[in-house]
Design a protein around this ligand. Structure first.
Ligand SMILES: [Zn+2]
Length: 228
């Protein structure tokens, strides 16, 4: 595992400390990020708000969870030196409370992302903002079947894919640039290129890299899932 900035969150149900390795799209290192923002990486996770505790398995919202701290973003920030008998943290951390804290951060299990079944189970009780997050997670799970070519047969999944994307297009906020980026991606996957381009015109201040890539694929009239 490579080091990276990771928030350490507290499970609101059982108080377990959990490491969150959701990728920051502005600083994605070499992670594979797809057009529906699925992240395929051994360290970084797809950003999702509704997640589950690895200890008690209860779902909770990442954005509302208490934060215990942040792991250093690179090995340099750890301030260590390597000697004959292994590596030593420098005095900034050595023998101090911070070292114990760092060890507790590092030993915290990584939080659990919801499976498609868990997402579908959470949907009926979800409030408006949670519904959008859950439906975007649903979209990526459905797309995974096409992306990786395994899992449930597409013919069986297609009606759920259509129902989910139809609802998403209706509830994604016209005032939220991230929502409009995702709406453009859904419309592109359907081959509705003009409508996709209209949605992209609402994306002005963030996600410039993703917007440019999507525009290129729309101009090329491509509907398949694409890695950025
Ligand atoms: Zn828990």
């Amino acid at each position: 595992m490579r080091p990276g900035a990771a928030n350490v969150l507290v499970c609101p149900h059982c108080r377990q400390w959990l490491r969150c390795q959701a990728i920051d799209l502005h600083n994605r290192f070499d992670a594979e990020v797809w057009s529906d923002l699925r992240v395929v990486d051994t360290f970084w996770h797809t950003p999702a708000d509704m997640v589950a505790c690895t200890n008690c398995h209860q779902p909770f919202l990442r954005s509302q969870a208490e934060r215990a701290g942040v792991l250093p973003s690179s090995i340099d920030e750890l301030d260590f030196r390597i000697e004959d008998d292994g590596w030593h943290l420098l005095p900034r951390f050595g023998k101090s409370r911070e070292l114990a804290l760092l060890e507790r951060y590092l030993s915290a299990p990584v939080l659990t992302l919801l499976s498609l079944e868990a997402v579908e189970a959470a949907l009926p009780a979800a409030r408006a903002d949670a519904e959008i997050d859950l439906r975007l997670q649903c979209l990526r799970h459905h797309n995974d079947v096409r992306r990786h070519g395994h899992g449930e047969p597409w013919e069986r999944l297609a009606p759920r894919f259509h129902a989910n994307t139809e609802r998403l297009l209706a509830i994604l906020s016209p005032h939220d640039e991230f929502h409009q980026l995702m709406a453009a991606e859904i419309l592109r996957e359907y081959g509705e290129f003009h409508a996709a381009m209209q949605r992209l015109s609402c994306v002005q201040h963030v996600h410039g890299h993703e917007k440019a890539a999507l525009m290129g694929w729309i101009i090329e009239r491509r509907t398949e899932l694409m890695p950025f």
